[in-house]
Write a protein that binds this ligand. Structure first.
Ligand code: GCU
Length: 346
């Protein structure tokens, strides 16, 4: 295990990409989990976790607490969070976790949709009614079934659950976007996902996929004219400095996942695994508690920095956005997931 890790750490990102692509069939796993806790509780170690947010972001705060809880409760396991994409942007972090060069990462749902298209369902505008509904759905084992273990056989990655990204809206360099027509001919930065490229079209513009950390300079240089994200990211990344018009489209309740290399998870003995699961549950609960306040503070910070917030014509955006679910839900397993997620609200 340690030798393998050392070897993987020496690979370049491109080599890791090739390695993991070759190992993954591209399809969903067999549904059989590869998890098996270590029989004996050996000495723990520091687990590395890649994050693309700043140290002020609720995700960093909650994960840092997770790491400290692990150390206090086990005495030897600790999680060290590396913020600001220092271990790579999300696409790369996912590959590094698969290869075992990094143990854990927070990745947006859009990254996982490229490995198993069942994940598309949770990336759809209109699926979640709000943060509370989202957190209930994504942490309900009856709804998620074997989705979170589906990447173990193909990618050696286990999904542990999620953090909310809150509600995402459009922000622009050129003026408010009150209707999709205002976005006509404009380039919107999106995450690396076919669904979200289509979502940009539904918002009235055209989608340009780009890593999160490149977006500030992308907006500044005019590579893109707009982006879409929650208020917390808008403020913590200081995007309001280069795109000061925030139009409240509220088009998507986005989702981040906490992922872990499956071999790393299997290093934990049963007792440590129980502590780990409880500390993770405490972390996502804490994150949810922090979210609302963080959003209000972010709005104030962006306004103080010169941003304007505009309400939009919600009706005008609704129809093209709602059409996405019809286009993207094709298989029986996607339908099952969609219906189970909507069961309590319809
Ligand atoms: C949010 C989300 C990140 C994601 C980012 C993005 O900030 O929490 O995980 O990477 O949006 O738009 O890329």
């Amino acid at each position: 295990m340690k030798t393998l890790k050392g070897a993987a750490a020496g690979l370049t990102a491109a080599a890791v990409l090739l390695l993991t692509t070759a190992c993954s069939g591209g399809a969903a796993g067999s549904g059989e989990s590869l998890q098996h806790p270590a029989e004996e509780c050996g000495a723990g170690r520091t687990i590395t976790l890649a994050l693309n947010q700043t140290e002020e972001h609720p995700s960093y705060i909650a994960l840092d607490e997770f790491g400290n809880d692990m150390l206090v409760e086990t005495g030897d396991w600790y999680i060290e969070v590396f913020p600001n994409e220092t271990l790579g942007a999300q696409a790369e972090a996912l590959q590094l976790v698969a290869a075992g060069a990094v143990d854990m990462a927070i990745v947006s749902g859009t990254q996982l949709e490229n490995l198993n298209d069942d994940f598309v369902v949770f990336n759809l505008p209109g699926l979640f009614e709000g943060v509370e509904h989202q957190m209930e759905v994504v942490h309900d084992p009856e709804i998620v079934g074997d989705l979170y273990t589906s990447l173990e056989a193909t990618n050696n990655v286990t999904v542990l659950g999620g953090f909310t990204q809150g509600t995402r809206s459009v922000y622009t360099t050129f003026g408010p976007a009150e209707t999709p027509a205002d976005m006509s001919g404009k380039k919107i930065r999106v995450q690396e996902s076919p669904l979200h490229i289509d979502m940009a079209r539904a918002l009235g513009g055209s989608g340009t996929p780009m890593a999160y950390g490149e977006l500030y300079s992308g907006l500044q240089a005019g590579v893109v004219d707009a982006a879409e994200n929650n208020e917390v990211s808008y403020a913590s990344q200081r995007h309001y400095e280069v795109a000061p018009y925030f139009s409240q489209t509220d088009h998507l309740v986005g989702l981040d996942y906490l992922i872990i290399n499956t071999d790393t998870l299997n290093e934990l003995c049963q007792e440590d695994r129980e502590i780990f699961d409880a500390a993770w549950e405490a972390a996502y609960t804490y994150h949810q508690e922090l979210w609302e306040e963080a959003t209000l503070e972010a709005i104030e910070e962006a306004k103080a920095g010169g941003a304007t917030f505009t309400e939009v014509d919600e009706e005008a955006f609704a129809e093209p956005l709602n059409a996405l679910a019809e286009r993207y839900i094709k298989t029986d397993s996607q339908k099952k997931l969609y219906e189970a997620s909507r069961a309590d609200v319809e």
